[in-house]
Design a protein around this ligand. Structure first.
Ligand code: ZN
Length: 66
């Protein structure tokens, strides 16, 4: 699968109610990002995607060192 376009990312985030999968709360869409659990940006199966805030996303990659 090709990488998600900005429009697709936004649609996925909205479909999930603009909630972070980590804290379960609503956030402004501009503060939300999509994380690929398997680190493959082309792997867009819904089960591979997590919606995270920018801060949560940064922290996840910082801890994982990638
Ligand atoms: Zn990520």
């Amino acid at each position: 699968m090709p990488e998600l376009t900005p429009t697709e990312r936004e649609a996925i985030i909205r479909r999930r109610g603009c909630r972070s999968d980590k804290d379960g709360r609503k956030h402004h869409i501009s503060n939300l990002e999509i994380h690929h659990k398997d680190r493959d940006p082309n792997s867009n199966d819904p089960q591979n995607l997590r919606v995270l805030t920018k801060e949560e996303h940064r922290e996840l990659h910082r801890r994982a060192k990638r």
